[in-house]
Design a protein around this ligand. Structure first.
Ligand SMILES: [Mn+2]
Length: 321
């Protein structure tokens, strides 16, 4: 993996930087943004992180997460950096301001990235954190807090080193990060075990909403606004739920669909072994990776569900399953 010298130069020359993460931020974008902020702050720069929605409590152990801004964009920055965002829409309410400065960078690992920033580094690796790790190694020094943030990204996007995108590289980098001495047990507990009563109740509703199609090869969880409101759950509490479906032995494609805003349904897709879900997401203007992708569908729950389920069944059949 080679780092982009122009990106290094812009990061070095900047004074006030805004970092943008994607809607419903996961461990990878939160960890990547935190690590990048820590490096830039150590270089004497002023840095703010913007997220359309606040990250879930699981990520509170990561440095600077409690300072993430979700309100009005403050301005006055000379550089904008998007992390883990395949397109501008992923920055949510900040999509209108991202290109308002002259210098914009995107550091990402989605093959569907549409090149919305002026300087883009897409590296098809398991996490954006793995890419940002290379920049930090080249430009600065790691410490326990940066290592914890990068570990959060690396481990989240590999599902705690369980997904098929895990190779020896992830284990080697994780081993190096662990040696910086952050509290690994606490990090793993927060990332992979910690839950809230609200998320637990939401999980119960998701499980009881399950429908299977194509002899169980496609499964879906459906959550309405009412489900989110009545359980007091946040949209970020839906993260990772979809994996419960693909754990079922016969299931190849898992879907979770929830109402993000009135009439706007977010679909998260996962596949177990052979269906490229990023191609399915792409049909609806979304994107992602072969085994994990997402898209938005407008309409009512029933039509949105039918559209995504049909597209998934088609791909499952195309794959010869
Ligand atoms: Mn990611």
């Amino acid at each position: 993996m080679e780092i982009n010298k122009d990106i290094v130069k812009q990061l070095q020359e900047s004074n006030k930087v805004a970092i943008f993460v994607h809607i419903n931020p996961d461990g990878d974008c939160v960890g990547s943004a935190s690590a990048l902020k820590q490096m830039l702050v150590s270089m004497g720069k002023t840095v703010d992180i913007y997220s359309d929605t606040q990250p879930s409590e699981n990520y509170r152990f990561i440095k600077h997460v409690d300072e993430i801004k979700s309100d009005a964009y403050e301005g006055g920055y000379d550089l904008h950096v998007a992390v883990d965002c395949a397109d501008l829409k992923r920055t949510g309410k900040y999509s209108g301001v991202f290109n308002k400065v002259d210098k914009t960078i995107c550091l990402d690992h989605h093959k569907t990235n549409d090149g919305f920033a002026k300087l883009t580094h897409i590296e098809i690796v398991s996490s954006a954190a793995l890419l940002i790790y290379q920049y930090i190694k080249a430009m600065s020094e790691l410490n326990a807090d940066i290592a914890a943030a990068l570990y959060a990204g690396l481990s989240s996007d590999t599902g705690c080193f369980l997904h098929s995108n895990t190779t020896s590289l992830e284990h080697k980098v994780a081993a190096e990060l662990i040696d910086y001495g952050f509290d690994l047990d606490y990090a793993n507990r927060m990332l992979f075990k910690y839950t809230t009563m609200a998320k637990f109740e939401l999980t119960k509703r998701a499980l009881s909403s399950t429908e299977f199609f194509a002899n169980g090869k496609v499964g879906i969880f459906k959550l309405t606004r009412k489900d989110l409101e009545e359980t007091n759950a946040n949209i970020s509490d839906t993260t990772g739920l979809v994996n419960e479906i693909t754990n079922v032995n016969c299931c190849e494609v898992g879907i979770i669909i929830y109402e993000q805003e009135r009439g706007l349904f977010r679909c998260s897709l996962r596949s177990k072994s052979c269906v490229d879900v990023s191609a399915i997401a792409d049909q609806f203007g979304g994107g992602g990776h072969e085994r994990a992708a997402g898209c938005n569908i407008f309409g009512c729950l029933k039509t949105a569900k039918n559209k995504i389920v049909s597209a998934c069944i088609k791909e499952v059949h195309k794959a010869g399953l």
